[in-house]
Design a protein around this ligand. Structure first.
Ligand SMILES: Cc1ncc(COP(=O)(O)O)c(C=O)c1O
Length: 413
């Protein structure tokens, strides 16, 4: 006898929704408030000058260098900006192709287009990260950068990716927007490739509302990034060749909150990992749920529980039934990047001439169409995603387990 599902008129497992997936924001408190008040009292919200400077962005960058173990860190306005600045620093230019995973947020593709290059989509496998076999087939003489994404707290298969990158002399840019503090073989993600990028937006492990970070051990790349993010200036350094840039400077308000949030990252990750471990213990035996594979050598920092169903239809039914139990779930992006965002599929640019896709410097013939990454479309369709929060207590953990067990028992009876 199974309990009647809430979607069929039964009593839901919970009476209210789970805490939302805003890890950094949910643990904000007096420390962040005081940090912001201090910037206001000093009337110096700009990082490079002011009447009574606190140098909060620099302090944040220094703590990031120490925490991540990297030579250089640069605060910017968002991870989307960070990706564009990093691509420009790496020398990406018209005519180039950049490898982007077919399952990720649209920002990854948009940043490539903003850097005047062409995104080439590569399949993901059951880790939800780059499928290494497909990566080999997507490299052309025009490939300048492999932008990999460590999706939802799990690192990519870095050893295999580096092997391919080295053989072809291609730079690796790590997008760590969803995996701040994750490790691969004991090393912080973001420090493995030529450059790494992090997000401080609302859904991320630590947050300043908006914000991004670029890290690198390469001083020349760092100087190019500093220049491009600040109109070509190199205020605190000398050397390098000036060029025209943009403005993606981080404000002192962002830096001040960042300084506080980075100190909370370890405890945020510890809470989320513990919640995930307990949930997996409680649902790991359920027939029909195929759990997301964790890359060999990667540590799962527990931002979410993800499993695949036998069919897309079953996954949709699972999500609907789980939501009725007040266990918030979704199919995450719902499909490959070009299925989720039609502007990607249609190569729609902000201006009608269609650059960079129509740019005469581009000698390739990349076309996007439905079905182009069938493995990703299949996996994305069958996926069920439950976001975790550092504020989950015993009750929330028990409720997630009960909810998933209840829905599975009904769908498979
Ligand atoms: C993988 C990935 N890359 C980039 C971004 C863009 O981050 P931001 O919102 O800070 O621009 C996100 C944001 O959700 C993301 O998930």
């Amino acid at each position: 006898m199974t309990d009647k599902l809430a979607i069929d008129g039964g009593k839901p497992v919970r009476n209210e929704p789970l805490p939302p997936p805003y890890p950094g924001a949910l643990v904000m408190g007096d420390e962040e408030k005081q940090a912001l008040i201090e910037v206001i009292e000093h009337k110096s919200p700009f990082r490079y000058y002011g009447p009574d400077m606190l140098n909060k962005v620099s302090e944040f960058e220094n703590s990031l260098q120490e925490y991540l173990g990297t030579k250089h860190a640069l605060g910017v306005t968002s991870a989307t900006a960070a990706l564009k600045v990093a691509l420009v620093a790496l020398g990406v230019s018209p005519g180039d192709e950049v490898i982007v995973p077919a399952y990720t947020f649209i920002a990854c593709a948009s940043a490539v287009v903003a850097a005047k290059a062409i995104p080439v989509f590569v399949e993901v496998d059951d880790t939800l990260n780059i499928d290494v076999d497909d990566l080999k087939t997507k490299i052309t003489p025009r490939t300048k950068v492999i932008m990999l994404v460590h999706l939802q707290g799990v690192a990519c298969d870095m050893d295999s990716i580096f092997l391919i990158a080295k053989q072809n002399d291609i730079a690796v840019l790590e997008d760590c927007a969803q995996s701040f503090g994750a490790h691969y073989k004991g090393q912080q993600v973001g420090t493995l490739g030529k450059m790494g990028v992090f997000s401080l937006q609302m859904n991320k492990l630590i947050s300043t509302g908006e914000g991004g970070i670029i890290i690198t051990d390469d001083t020349d790349l760092f100087h190019r990034a500093v220049r491009f993010h600040d109109h070509g200036n190199l205020r605190e350094f000398t050397g390098g060749v000036p060029f025209m840039g943009e403005n993606h400077r981080m404000s002192e308000f962002t830096g001040a909150v960042g300084v506080v949030q980075i100190k909370k990252l370890d405890s945020i990750i510890a809470s989320m990992k513990k919640a995930k471990e307990e949930i997996l213990k409680g649902i790991g035996d359920i027939k029909g749920l195929i759990f997301r594979r964790v890359t060999d050598g990667a540590e799962d920092i527990g931002t979410s529980v993800i499993f695949y169903m036998e069919s897309a239809e079953l996954a949709s039914r699972f999500v609907k039934a789980l939501n009725a139990e007040n266990i918030d779930s979704s199919k995450m992006y719902g499909g490959a990047i070009y299925q989720t965002w039609p502007q990607v599929l249609n190569m729609s640019t902000a201006t009608p001439e269609g650059c960079p896709f129509t740019c005469p410097y581009y000698k390739g013939d990349v076309k996007y169409h439905l079905g182009m990454c069938p493995k990703t479309e299949d996996i994305a369709g069958r996926l069920v995603y439950i976001a975790l929060s550092p504020t989950f207590g015993d009750q929330e953990i028990t409720d997630v387990i009960s909810g998933v067990r209840k829905v599975a028992a009904n769908l498979y009876k």
